[in-house]
Design a protein around this ligand. Structure first.
Ligand code: CP
Length: 305
């Protein structure tokens, strides 16, 4: 399997075997890190939208493997301010680096960047569309905590309309026979085209508004934030803000083995009292961004096969 020069744009671009290959590579890098693997390579880190985990873990991943990082976290300090296009910005970054990691608020922008660039583009999130590297670290986390990916019952809770991490993860889990529960208010339900895609693959899914109706079924509860920045109307956001607030009162209603995940950042949907419980794995999940992103950087630059 050869990932050299490949763009990482959508989780749909991965076969099941390719997903497993990235996870296996991440496991190998985590168990025996090579601090010179990316020596002489430069990563552009182009963040047109705020980020803590994705940007910092990519930058840390690259540096821990001996590579270097250039880029920006605030586009107002770049020539975009003077009217330069995304296309031209990418044409510059490809001349200065071996791989480009980009986050952008516009859906489809990562695909456009991949058309512009000769070097690999890794999508760090494009609008409400896709967040494939988050999905890979989510799969890595699920496998680490459950020892398998096949046949799990997963509940997705919160803003399933705008939550790109949910979109990517549901598609990835469709390779592994997951039983999916989509828990959201009607207005923030999983988009129909994702449900149709899952249905066409024979995936069993259920849509409910009340978590308690399905909480006992779940092996994983994947909670998400209501995505304030994606709502066209702030009044509409206020209607749904705070609609789900998980705290220790949920614990009598779940399996003892339930694991709670969250892509983070959280707002008020996960009470910090849950952090100390055996159920919470969301900080480990964020930490798994390092080996998974190291694997992706090394694979697309051809430093590992
Ligand atoms: N999970 C995630 O994408 O976090 P950031 O927005 O902080 O990168």
């Amino acid at each position: 399997m050869d990932f050299r020069d490949r763009d990482i744009i959508s989780i749909r671009d991965f076969s099941k075997n390719e997903l497993l290959h990235v996870l296996k590579t991440a496991g190998k890098i985590e168990s025996s890190p090579n601090i010179e693997l990316m020596k002489g390579k430069i990563m552009s880190s182009l963040f047109f939208e705020p980020s803590t985990r994705t940007r910092l873990s990519f930058e840390s991943a690259m540096r821990k493997l001996g590579g270097q990082v250039i880029g920006f976290s605030d586009p107002s300090g770049t020539s975009l301010k003077k009217g330069e296009t995304l296309w031209d910005t990418i044409k510059m970054a490809e001349r200065y680096s071996d791989v480009i990691v980009m986050r952008h608020p516009v859906e489809g922008s990562a695909r456009l960047a991949a058309e512009a660039a000769e070097v690999p583009i890794i999508n760090g999130g494009d609008g409400a569309n896709q967040h494939p590297t988050q999905t890979l670290l989510d799969l890595y986390t699920i496998h680490k905590s459950k020892g398998k990916l096949e046949g799990l019952s997963i509940g997705f809770l919160g803003d399933l309309k705008y939550g790109r991490t949910v979109h990517s993860l549901a598609i990835a889990l469709s390779h592994f026979g997951a039983n999916m529960y989509f828990i959201s208010p009607q207005a923030l339900k999983m988009p129909d085209y994702y449900l149709e895609e899952l249905g066409s693959k024979g995936i069993e899914y259920h849509e409910v508004e009340d978590l308690l109706k399905v909480s006992k079924e779940l092996d994983i509860l994947y909670a998400t934030r209501i995505q304030k920045e994606r709502f066209p109307d702030p009044v509409e956001y206020k209607r749904y803000a705070g609609i789900y607030k998980l705290d220790n009162t949920i614990l009598p209603h779940v399996k003892p083995s339930l694991k709670i995940m969250h892509p983070l950042p959280r707002v008020d949907e996960l009470h910090p009292e849950l952090d100390k419980t055996e159920h919470a794995i969301y900080f480990e999940q964020a930490g798994n961004g390092i080996p998974v992103r190291q694997a992706l950087l090394a694979l697309v630059t051809g430093m590992v096969k």
